[in-house]
Design a protein around this ligand. Sequence first.
Ligand SMILES: NC(=O)c1ccc[n+]([C@@H]2O[C@H](COP(=O)([O-])OP(=O)(O)OC[C@H]3O[C@@H](n4cnc5c(N)ncnc54)[C@H](OP(=O)(O)O)[C@@H]3O)[C@@H](O)[C@H]2O)c1
Length: 282
Amino acid sequence: MISTDALHEPERTRIAVIGAGHLGEAVLGGLLRAGLPARDVAVSALPAERAHILAERYGVAAGTDDAAAADGADIALVAVPPPAVPAAAAEVGPALPEGAVAVSLAAAVPLARFEEALGPGRPAARAVTNTAAAVGRAMTALVGGIHLDGEARARVGGLFSGIGSITWVGEEAMDAVTAVAGSGPALLYHLAAAMAGAAVDQGLPPGEARAVVVQTLFGAASLLREADRGPAELAAEAAAPGGTTREALDRLDAHGVPEAVAEAVAAAAERSGRLAEDAGHR
Ligand SMILES: NC(=O)c1ccc[n+]([C@@H]2O[C@H](COP(=O)([O-])OP(=O)(O)OC[C@H]3O[C@@H](n4cnc5c(N)ncnc54)[C@H](OP(=O)(O)O)[C@@H]3O)[C@@H](O)[C@H]2O)c1
């Protein structure tokens, strides 16, 4: 449950989700699941059919007009594609009540560019989060804007804490966080698909293979989170000399998998930087 002041006492917090695509819907679903009343949420989405589907699915007010969704909101979450951020922010900024906060969830768009498009004096933040928000397990990195005071910062932090874990970082860390927290879930799904496929090749029925892989990933992530040892130590503990795990890890190392993962993360971080440059943001 979201238990912070952000969503409960002393007063309601109304949320706007601007551009509810894959990420926006995941955040929307996570907030509702955490206890945010649907009546306190307004959504904008394109095309109109998509807005209609979201209204039906979640019982929230939804339309295609960004300013209408932002009107009366305390926090607006802008989850449109990066090139659409300045135009959406220019709609949202003037429509928000005084003191309301706008948060950009877009990759690559610098906070200063977002603030400029919102209009003068608007409290703002930039967040990199991920679609695990839908199940309350997002990893969100936040950067606070120049007009975000302590109270507004606590409201934004409280909101994202309701859908997972948060960390406040400097903006120079955002390309790296985008690569790991933003793109990270898909990297892990990619590995999970390869493991499940291999399990089928080894004779497991597909449904069984999927269930075994999912529970194994979930168990490993849970242990990683709670154990007092890091990932390298846990891997070493599981890989007795001459055993099956050692055999598998040696094969991964021979194929350069750790280097390939590092290269993939670096490429995603570089891409995040290039996206900003291509859009003229840097
Ligand atoms: N998906 C992730 O895991 C993830 C992770 C980290 C960050 N992000 C960031 O989150 C943002 C959204 O990504 P996504 O994967 O959710 O993309 P997406 O599924 O394409 O969602 C974006 C949605 O916004 C709509 N849209 C565009 N302009 C709009 C406007 N002015 N008002 C209302 N809706 C508008 C798009 O409609 P049309 O398709 O009709 O244009 C689309 O439905 C991006 O900036 C991305 O960098 C995503």
